[in-house]
Design a protein around this ligand. Structure first.
Ligand SMILES: NC(=O)C1=CN([C@@H]2O[C@H](COP(=O)(O)OP(=O)(O)OC[C@H]3O[C@@H](n4cnc5c(N)ncnc54)[C@H](O)[C@@H]3O)[C@@H](O)[C@H]2O)[C@@H](O)CC1
Length: 491
């Protein structure tokens, strides 16, 4: 399922539409039921403690308590006073089930958590405005202490205390084992330290009018079927001339490995022919990679009339890369700009066939901000880069963000072993290969990132944290088959 990613403003807008259509009550009912089902699965028949805050997040918890009580589970409920109409209504409905609702205090949480197998955190969701007020801070501490003593914690929408938009928790927050997110994900569930506090994230789909969720989403996370549909299908009479002629422009003395890795990535992602243009002597990484050395690569690029189907420029290129990149951009061909070609002076030079592939440090350089600002909110950073540089931006990370003129995608998968030098060079080659096979810049970026991540997952099984970019390249063909469902498609 392709998932939506919302910011609080999008959630509020969706709520307003639901309310205007008289659908907010059924929506909260659906969320509560999904939470109850997840809690029941975790509790295995044991007692469940539900904590309800003063907003709609608390309302979700009260609905969940009603379902659990109706299914015969032992439920304990502690709730804050609320002025939220639907939350109050659901508290009244719960009373009809004979469930007593206790006052939400840190002491009560500690007491009631004792013997509870699962604790449901419905304290705060997208309506949280940091910092956490003192009385709730102590409740959060009590929740985490209960978890430390063995109670499983299920958060509704977000672990309480996380700022929905930020990868950096504003302070202490609930640490959850499972988070059930209504309608879609929030950035905090995807990125950085915040995401590590959410545990396993499950999206609870709601019955909404078609297009409502898409209309309010800040980004989407496409599934593998959507990515597979982008990959080219070859005819039986395909030959190297139809599979894309790719150039890699990179490699300076002492930095030739980066360009060689990009070349290898392009070959393994199906490019028909890959030529590495370099100002340095490049080692033979594989005989299929053609290497052309130029005394003055910039001069040669400026003068040559030869043109490939796609170019990747910048890997290991060193100083002067911006000038070379500008020349290549001037050709208007499908182009990947990576590493040293990612220079602020190229702002506005992008065109609709180019893909910029910065990691957070490079993105910070391009935006003129600190790296922490980029990693705190990668979706906003990627959008800012796309607006400033044009084309498509892949902001690399776990997960990566792809910003294109129509919106933003968040990638899936990958492996922590991919945190090693050379991975980005391989990715640049992969995206160039897909461009060379006729994909648009946005599609090549999305499909390239997912292929690379899938190859990393495969390589990770064998090599764990010791996996290298070369290992990932070697798995690209298998990753392609995983995504498309087998060999020979279309032949
Ligand atoms: N469209 C959707 O996605 C739906 C969302 N629902 C739920 O609605 C939630 C959002 O509800 P609300 O907007 O009512 O917001 P929340 O329930 O997240 O929080 C609002 C409450 O928290 C309190 N609060 C805010 N900042 C605080 C702080 N720093 N310290 C202590 N207390 C603080 C406020 O006083 C307010 O009472 C979502 O997270 C989700 O759980 C569902 O109920 C229905 C459908």
């Amino acid at each position: 399922m392709t998932e939506f990613v919302f910011r609080p403003a999008g959630v509020a807008a969706l709520d307003a539409r639901l309310e205007a259509a008289g659908l907010l009550d059924p929506a909260m009912e659906e969320v509560g039921r999904a939470v109850a089902e997840a809690a029941q699965g975790l509790a295995g028949g044991g007692p469940v403690l539900l904590l309800a805050g003063s907003g709609a997040n608390g309302g979700d918890a009260l609905v969940a308590a009603r379902y659990l009580a109706g299914w015969g589970a032992e439920v304990r409920v502690l709730a804050a006073p609320s002025r939220h109409a639907l939350t109050r209504l659901n508290r009244e409905r719960l009373a009809a089930f004979g469930v007593e609702v206790g006052e939400l205090t840190p002491g009560a949480v500690t007491r009631e958590a004792w013997g509870s197998v699962v604790l449901v955190d419905g304290l705060l969701g997208t309506g949280f405005q940091p910092p956490l007020r003192l009385e709730l801070a102590a409740v959060v501490e009590a929740v985490n202490a209960a978890r430390g003593a063995g109670t499983r914690v299920l958060a509704i929408d977000l672990p309480s205390g996380l700022d929905a938009t930020s990868a950096v928790p504003p302070g202490e927050s609930v640490r959850a084992d499972v988070t059930v997110a209504p309608v879609g994900l929030k950035p905090a569930l995807l990125f950085g330290e915040a995401a590590t506090r959410a545990g396993e994230v499950r999206v609870a789909a709601l019955a909404l009018p078609p297009d409502w969720a898409a209309g309010e989403a800040w980004a989407t996370r496409p599934d593998d079927a959507a990515v597979a549909a982008l990959l080219p299908v070859r005819r039986a009479d395909a030959h190297k001339g139809t599979a894309g002629d790719v150039w890699i422009v990179g490699g300076a003395p002492g930095m030739v490995g980066a360009a060689a890795l990009a070349g290898l990535g392009a070959l393994r992602a199906g490019a028909g022919r890959v030529t590495l243009h370099s100002g340095a002597e490049v080692p033979l990484v594989t005989p299929e990679l053609m290497v052309r050395r130029h005394g003055d690569p910039g001069g040669w690029l400026a003068g040559t009339g030869e043109r490939p189907d796609a170019v990747a420029v910048g890997m290991g290129l060193g100083p002067g890369a911006a000038g070379l990149a500008r020349t290549v951009l001037g050709w208007g061909l499908p182009t990947v700009l990576d590493a040293d070609a990612l220079q602020p002076e190229l702002a506005g030079a992008g065109h609709d066939r180019c893909v910029w592939t910065p990691h957070p440090g490079e993105a910070a350089r391009l935006l003129g901000v600190g790296t922490a600002e980029v990693t705190r909110d990668p979706l906003t950073a990627a959008r800012g880069l796309q607006e400033r540089f044009g084309g498509v931006v892949v902001l690399k990370g776990g997960p990566s963000v792809i910003a294109h003129p129509g919106g933003r995608w968040v990638s899936r998968g990958g492996h922590p072993g991919m945190a090693s030098a050379g991975m980005g060079d391989t990715l640049a080659g992969v995206i160039a290969a897909l461009l060379g096979q006729g994909l648009s810049a946005a599609d090549a970026a999305l499909a390239g990132v997912r292929l690379h991540a899938r190859a990393g997952e495969r390589a990770g099984i064998r090599h764990g944290y010791g996996l290298t970019a070369t290992d990932v390249s070697a798995q690209l063909g298998g990753a392609w088959l995983d995504l498309t469902g087998g060999a020979g498609r279309g032949c």
